[in-house]
Design a binder for this molecule. Structure first.
Ligand code: MG
Length: 307
């Protein structure tokens, strides 16, 4: 067993739940958060502070965040699209803010009604408003591909990062394959390029989607390029309301299975996590993905049949 480790950021409670139409009772969300923690998850995107009228599913952000922060040693980040919502998150006691913007003009306008450069200014305002000691994650959406504009050139990502990185070099930066259309070669190329160009950045992360079945392959490519922080959602929940066809995040249990099998520790108990994923998959309106959950269930059935 090597001593290599990766950090998996469980985004199901935000990215996954956000894409589910029928309102999930707050108690059920908190039960999932607690079960994920019990399975070994220590980083989580617990919720998002957005306009409750735009996203009623996450109107209980304060309560879910409070429950997540009650878990000792859990690093609970919350997604915010604007400085105003960052302020709400801060008032609610958030200690880790994730700000999101898109490389693509059309995607950013669809998501937050601003140009990417206006979002850069918004990010500057968020950073300026953070209390001492608060952690910041920067989610760069459509870093590889946009549902409207197609392939995003590396140069476009660099143009944006040239402005973003100096604002806060301590920020962890996640590059997001919003549509799931990227291939491993391009993942490796972009991460290789940004890691070389911005050595001052504390940490890079990758947010993969499994829409075309390449989620785990793309994660492996990012890992080979030097990334060790990966977003994933239990049962492959998720998608993006502004990225048609982007069905699911890569499944947490698939990544945990892959890395643990490689001797790279995730801190997650794959079997316990698969049970949590089974539970989450029964949430009304959930669109599920991933393979490991089904595989482990099938294996359990076979073992039962023989014994
Ligand atoms: Mg996602």
């Amino acid at each position: 067993m090597s001593d290599a480790t990766v950090a998996i950021v469980e985004v199901g409670p935000r990215d996954g739940f956000q894409s589910i139409g029928p309102l999930i009772p707050t108690d059920r969300k908190i039960a999932v958060v607690n079960a994920l923690y019990a399975a070994g998850v220590r980083r989580m995107e617990a919720t998002s502070f957005v306009s409750p009228s735009a996203l009623p599913q996450l109107a209980d952000a304060e309560e879910v965040l409070a429950a997540a922060q009650a878990l000792a040693g859990l690093d609970a980040q919350v997604l915010v699209p604007t400085a105003r919502h960052a302020e709400r998150a801060s008032v609610a006691g958030a200690k880790h803010i994730a700000f999101v913007l898109s490389v693509s003009e059309r995607h950013n306008r669809g998501n937050v009604r601003r140009s990417p450069m206006e979002s850069v200014q918004e990010y500057r305002a968020v950073i300026g408003s953070l209390a001492t000691g608060m952690k910041i994650r920067l989610n760069v959406a459509t870093a590889f591909d946009c549902p409207h504009e197609g392939r995003i050139p590396i140069a476009d990502v660099m143009t944006l990062l040239d402005r973003l990185v100096p604002i806060e070099p301590e920020a962890e930066i996640a590059l997001c394959d919003t549509t799931g259309r990227v291939t491993p070669d391009r993942v490796e190329a972009l991460f290789g390029a940004v890691i070389a160009r911005y050595p001052q950045v504390r940490a890079w992360a990758f947010h993969a989607h499994d829409t075309y079945g390449l989620g785990a392959a793309n994660v492996l490519a990012a890992w080979k390029a030097g990334v060790s922080i990966f977003d994933a959602a239990i049962a492959g929940l998720g998608g993006c309301p502004f990225a048609p066809g982007a069905t699911g995040n890569v499944a947490t249990e698939d990544l945990a299975w892959m890395f643990e099998g490689m001797g790279v520790r995730t801190g997650i108990d794959v079997h316990r996590l698969a049970s949590v994923a089974e539970e989450a998959a029964t949430i009304p309106g959930a669109q599920v993905g991933g393979r490991v959950r089904d595989a482990l269930r099938a294996r359990a059935c076979r073992i039962e049949a023989v014994t």
